[in-house]
Design a binder for this molecule. Sequence first.
Ligand code: ZN
Ligand code: ZN
Length: 172
Amino acid sequence: MRIRLSDITQPTLFREKVGPVTLDLGYHYEARVAPVTLAMTVSPVETGHRLEGGFDYEAVLPCSRCLEEARLEGSAEFILDYRPAHQAPIPEEETEVVLQETQVIYYEEDMLSLEDLLAQQMYLEVPEKALCRPDCKGLCLRCGANLNEGACPCPPEADSRWTALSQFQPKS
Ligand SMILES: [Zn+2]
Ligand SMILES: [Zn+2]
């Protein structure tokens, strides 16, 4: 859904189903965010429009240790100041300044996409290292087996520092 900000001349409450959206996490990894109910008030202010709202979310992304699905649940709240781009201090640059709690966003076009808004806020929610479970054992560094599914056939290491060294032999 898209909202034309210039049409909003008095505080207006929105309650919309938004999503699903997919976040690109780099290295071909992505987070899939299930549809959310986004509630927010859009108010005209001197500098443009202020958006205040929040949503509860559920997302799935790869576990940083074993690459199986990690589930993420939580709620996000935001206060955003949308200002026309001509007010930006450095017009050529893509500007997104965080001032205290409020994020200031300068826009070129006053059509606000709620999907883009959800994606922007979710990038802030996704942790750098997600885990499928707090005690995920990860993958064996030698054979690649998922150690959550049981022990792998690799022999135990007596002292990993020395075995790592003795295994380091040039291939002939
Ligand atoms: Zn895991
Ligand atoms: Zn192994």
